[in-house]
Design a protein around this ligand. Structure first.
Ligand SMILES: NC(=O)C1=CN([C@@H]2O[C@H](COP(=O)(O)OP(=O)(O)OC[C@H]3O[C@@H](n4cnc5c(N)ncnc54)[C@H](O)[C@@H]3O)[C@@H](O)[C@H]2O)C=CC1
Ligand SMILES: N[C@@H](CC=O)C(=O)O
Ligand code: NA
Length: 442
């Protein structure tokens, strides 16, 4: 048998992802050793509670609550604890003690990424984070390396497994939002606090990471426009289905021309949007993710697979671990990234897309004309008008008949659409603005 020298690996976190990283690392020790040219020795697993149940049968003696001592002796530190602190301090400690770091922590990277990357650069350490965006799907490495010679124009993706699971269950099975969220949590897809998923904080963190890498700039988390899926009712999903669409939480990152200045900028945003049922993203079911990348020379590329889950996310972590360990054995600069472009991040009002505006209107003559006039007045071109279900609403104590009107627009500037919607809400003929959804994908 070949004798390899050891690379010492400390694991911070033994939960959904950490337990699977440890299991796979121990199960495939020989294979890892031959791939790396050195044995990967798991020196310990730092956890908060030694007695918590685990999803894998792991040697008890590996567990510790003393993360700091574990980090001190490590060549590579894997951080799968989650949260900002103490994860940030532990990663800084690891970097400053000369270790390379592998992390799945998108919340931390989107919030303190600049500080961590600068610290790593100062000491020549590497920070790997393939698991932080779209779980098992290789997307960070393609952006950092494979597409480093191209110019990315646009990224559109489903990057949160929990919300895709919820919306898919509502669409396919007619499940309620709450039931679907409970199952997603049970399956280990959701964050410790599922608000992070439902209110799209998680997707916004991923959009910030993707856009920064794709456009070689820094996109602060605060400048990512964010709308979650709480407002998406069973009725909205059903209406979308009847009209040939599916509702998906999308992350869209693109290069744009600022309509105000004519200068180049970028936009990063996350919102529930309508996608045609013919579009490949409509076929992304359960907790799967998919990321479309449009690049100047490469054209359109699609990355698809499991976006969450213990073993799936562990796969991305272990890929990074092999890269880090090889660098440790052979040396070399590791993965590169550049953030020199310094592009302005444009507000949501600067984007151009299509829209579906659903109105509840009083069923009387002239309604259509007055609604159409507001769109025309604000320079928004209407593509289709559909009259939906009928109902009634109390007006001055009397029941007045109402109808649902769905207006689909051609591509329009968001600021024009917003002005149109404000004006529509003031019309006597309009009982209420039921929903405004963006339509993405050709
Ligand atoms: N679950 C998933 O499908 C995915 C998770 N991630 C990310 O991976 C990371 C871990 O996620 P999960 O495994 O789902 O979380 P989890 O909550 O199941 O596990 C967290 C682990 O870290 C330990 N821990 C937390 N704080 C600690 C502290 N102060 N000291 C010592 N140990 C501590 C806990 O004891 C537990 O073992 C998070 O950053 C998450 O965003 C990324 C992609 C997918
Ligand atoms: N909670 C996240 C886990 C992976 O990043 C998700 O649902 O996608
Ligand atoms: Na990934």
């Amino acid at each position: 048998m070949i004798e390899y020298r050891n690379v010492r690996v400390a694991l911070l976190g033994g939960g959904t992802v950490g337990a699977q990283v440890a299991r796979l690392l121990l199960e495939h020790q020989e294979e890892f050793a031959s791939r790396v040219g050195a044995s990967l020795e798991l020196t310990g697993i730092a956890v908060r509670n030694l007695d918590s149940p685990r999803s894998a049968d792991l040697p008890k003696e590996l567990f510790t609550t003393d993360a700091e001592s574990l980090i001190l002796g490590a060549d590579i530190v894997i951080e799968v604890m989650g949260g900002l602190e103490p994860a940030r301090s532990y990663i800084l400690q690891a970097i400053n003690s000369g270790a390379d770091v592998v992390t799945a922590n998108k919340a931390l990277l989107a919030t303190h990424g600049t500080e961590l990357f600068e610290a790593a650069e100062r000491v020549g350490a590497q920070l790997y984070f393939e698991a932080a965006v779209a779980g098992a799907i290789p997307i960070i490495r393609p952006l950092r390396e494979s597409l480093a010679g191209d110019r990315v124009k646009r990224i559109m993706g489903i990057v949160n497994g929990t919300t895709n699971y919820i919306l898919d269950k509502m669409d396919v099975e007619g499940s309620t939002f709450d039931d679907a969220l409970a199952v997603a949590t049970e399956l280990g897809y959701a964050e410790a606090d599922p608000t992070a998923d439902v209110d799209a904080f998680d997707a916004a963190q991923k959009a910030s990471i993707l856009a920064s890498l794709a456009f070689h700039t820094t996109i602060p988390l605060e400048s990512v426009h964010r709308e979650g899926i709480r407002e998406i009712s069973g009725k909205t999903v059903e209406l979308a289905k009847k009209a040939g669409y599916v509702v998906k939480l999308l992350a869209v990152c693109e290069r744009l021309t600022d309509p105000a200045t004519g200068e180049e900028g970028v936009s990063a945003r996350v919102y529930p949007a309508l996608i045609s049922r013919e579009h490949p993203l409509a076929a992304v079911h359960k907790a799967n993710n998919a990321v479309f990348v449009e690049a100047e020379a490469a054209g359109s590329l699609m990355f698809y697979g499991a976006g969450a889950g213990g073993p799936e996310t562990a796969s991305a972590i272990l890929g990074d671990l092999v890269s880090a360990a090889r660098r440790h054995v052979i040396g070399g600069p590791g993965l590169g990234a550049s953030t020199h472009a310094n592009l302005p991040v444009l507000p949501i009002s600067a984007i151009t897309t299509r829209y579906h505006v659903t109105l509840s209107v009083f069923d009387r003559p002239g309604v259509l004309a007055s609604v159409a006039e507001e769109f025309a007045k604000h320079g928004v071109s209407v593509e289709l008008v559909e009259q939906g279900t009928f109902g009634s609403e109390a007006v001055s104590g009397e029941a007045a008949p109402t109808a649902t009107l769905v207006i689909g627009t051609h591509a329009a500037l968001e600021s024009d659409l917003a002005a149109t919607v404000s004006a529509l809400a003031q019309l006597d003929a309009v009982s209420s603005v039921v929903s405004v959804l963006r339509v993405e994908g050709a």
